[in-house]
Write a protein that binds this ligand. Structure first.
Ligand code: HEC
Length: 227
């Protein structure tokens, strides 16, 4: 009885073993597993590409050299885009944004009775040309947390025209940029060094001369124009 049981169990195990081997053999014949050498879908490691794509400019183009000669009527036209939120006349009302009369050269958050964002209150400094250039280029980049919901003026000539017109709204006593300020701004906002040193030299030489000429000329011209 005992050995019968053992034989039965042995037979069962043997049977199961043979079945398993057979089914493996048959399955292998029916299905030809083919493991490709390459992945069907390329799997790439997550590459960290600095910046991602062509580098976007991180700084606005300089505009100080454009302000004195800027098209003021164009600035006035551009101001229509601001007028939903700003008035520009003396004693004009605050809207979504503050009245901007006399803003150029004045302190940031210049209107004492307007509720500025904390970011604007803490910005510090004055609205000189450099700051306005940066702010109007990308308001939220220059003052992170500002509540001015405006994308910005991308074209340097538009920003120059806007600022030149803004200056005429109560800030004409604020001096136009001097030759020195123009050069300093250009240097501060210059793109990273180009590779060829020769190209750099010639560019410097050709830029420096006309820029200072312009400034001297326009400053002389601008005085009578200012009211
Ligand atoms: C959608 C409404 C809106 C538009 C459009 C808008 N602004 Fe503003 N602007 C604001 C608000 C709100 C503030 C106050 C920002 C803060 O407190 O952070 C502000 C602040 C400013 C300031 C700073 C004022 C100060 O006293 O320091 C300047 C300069 C300015 N805007 C210029 C402009 C110009 C120029 C345009 C048009 C090209 C324009 N804004 C378009 C809403 C707007």
């Amino acid at each position: 009885m005992d050995s019968m049981e053992k034989n039965k169990i042995f037979a069962a195990v043997l049977c199961a073993g043979i079945m398993a081997m057979l089914s493996g053999f048959i399955a292998g014949k029916l299905v030809h597993p083919h493991i490709p050498d390459e992945d069907a879908v390329p799997i790439e490691g997550v590459e960290v590409v600095a910046g991602g794509g062509p580098a976007k400019p991180q700084l606005p183009d300089p505009i100080m050299d454009l302000i004195a000669e800027a098209d003021i009527s164009k600035g006035e036209k551009l101001s229509k885009a601001c007028a939903a939120c700003h008035s520009f006349d003396q004693g004009g009302p605050h809207r979504v944004g503050p009245n901007l009369y006399g803003l150029v050269g004045g302190p940031k958050a210049h209107a004492g009775d307007f509720e500025y964002s904390v970011a604007m209150q803490n910005a510090g400094g004055a609205w000189g040309y450099e700051d306005l250039n940066f702010f109007l280029w990308k308001p939220k980049k220059y003052i992170e947390g500002t509540k001015m919901n405006y994308l910005g003026l991308k074209k340097p000539s538009d920003r120059a025209a806007m600022i030149a017109w803004l200056r005429q709204q109560g800030s004409s006593s604020f001096p136009l940029p001097s030759a020195g300020e123009i050069e300093a701004e250009k240097a501060a906002l210059a793109p990273p060094e180009p590779e060829e040193p020769e190209a750099e030299e010639s560019a410097d030489a050709s830029e420096a001369a006309p820029a200072s000429d312009d400034a001297a000329e326009t400053e002389a011209e601008a005085e009578p124009a200012a009211h």
